[in-house]
Design a protein around this ligand. Structure first.
Ligand code: MRU
Length: 349
């Protein structure tokens, strides 16, 4: 399995996703501040991976604390959580993971737990999130794999794979599962300008698995759909609002419109930790604006003239009306999503 991130005695070890596919190298974050930095610089990226990384960041912060009691550790804990929460705004998994740690710590504090117990329980919680993430990917993969055609092209955008999770992937987990079910899938991977998660990361992990993959430039999808080469689209999500609108990598919305126009099913695969029932529609999802250099330069080389205007929103919102199904570890949801999401949320309580 691709070692996206792992806990080691030295700290959290990450495969450096900024260097893939040409170089397979690793970065070890030994402090929570370094975990925050690897999230901001996208050494680690992808909503579920960011969430679990932040959880391990909190665990690192606790491990290094010299506080003698949970009470004394409390202001430090708040500072650690605030730093990690300030890294990337769109993927709700980050806030979900930090909130889960906050609830645990509040509980431990109210029970007068020792600092040794706080350290142990926070680390155990991060490990639990790691294991749950892989299990969720496998389960949603099985649900989603059944929806894909027995053979033909499947388009994906960005990287919602093992590299974006603790392993197996969401959208790519669906594809992996379909392949394991014996389906003859050929993946078309949008290159995903400007950070090239599709060309670099999806292509790397799928070819490593022997899954036939063709990289296309983002502007080629319509033409391939018209030629009948795409039988389904499956993408991940960074935040799914209560009405089924969802944020994902910039360009996802374009693909959704194209799929609708060509009568192609468009699936969104994500764990329940990506669903944000507090956000009523996609309009309320905060969209990260990233550094213009990601657009103006590539491989250290400038592409655009000095002084030209640049915008670089990292995500867009796809309205629920374009989504054929939302695939989660709890099951497959269909429209109207406001109802199906609410019902599934209540069933789990
Ligand atoms: O900016 P990134 O690379 O973190 O964006 C990643 C995506 O948009 C993914 O599709 C999403 O996080 C789902 S990952 C399972």
């Amino acid at each position: 399995m691709i070692p996206t991130l792992s806990w080691t005695p030295e700290g959290v070890r990450f495969i450096d996703q900024t260097r893939l596919p040409l170089e397979e190298s690793y970065v070890v974050a030994t402090t929570y501040e370094q975990v925050a930095d690897v999230i901001v610089t996208m050494v680690v990226r992808g909503a579920p991976a960011i969430g679990v990384s932040a959880a391990y960041g909190v665990a690192l912060g606790a491990q290094h604390s010299e506080s003698e009691s949970a009470e004394r550790f409390a202001p430090e804990f708040d500072k650690i959580c605030a730093r990690l929460a300030g890294t990337r705004p769109t993927a709700v998994n980050l806030f979900w993971a930090i909130d889960r740690m906050k609830k645990l710590f509040a509980d431990l504090r109210s029970k007068g737990a020792s600092m040794a117990e706080v350290k142990e329980r926070i680390l155990a919680e991060a490990h639990a999130m790691y294991d749950e993430d892989i299990a969720a990917c496998k389960t949603m993969g099985a649900f989603g794999g059944a929806l894909l055609p027995d053979e033909g092209g499947v388009l994906t955008h960005c990287n919602a794979g093992a590299l974006a999770t603790c392993g197996y992937g969401t959208a790519l987990g669906v594809i992996r599962s379909a392949v394991e079910q014996g389906k003859q899938i050929h993946v078309y991977a949008d290159e995903t300008r400007p950070f090239l998660q599709g060309a670099r990361l999806t292509a790397w992990e799928l070819t490593a698995d022997g899954i036939p993959t063709t990289v296309i430039c983002d502007n080629m999808a319509a033409s391939l759909m018209r030629a009948g080469k795409i039988k389904a689209v499956v993408v991940g999500a960074d935040r799914i609002a209560a009405n089924g609108d969802f944020a994902n990598k910039i360009g996802t919305y374009n693909v959704a419109i194209l799929a609708k126009e060509h009568g192609i099913p468009f699936y969104c695969a994500a764990p329940w930790s990506t669903i944000d029932m507090e956000t009523s529609t996609g309009d309320a999802i905060p969209i990260e604006e990233r550094n213009q250099v990601e657009v103006t330069h590539h491989g250290g080389k400038q592409l655009t003239p000095h002084g030209v205007g640049i915008c670089n929103p990292a995500f867009d919102v796809t309205p629920a009306k374009y989504v054929s199904a939302i695939i989660t570890e709890r099951g497959v949801l269909r429209a109207p999503y406001a109802e199906s999401l609410r019902e599934m949320e209540m069933a789990a309580q």
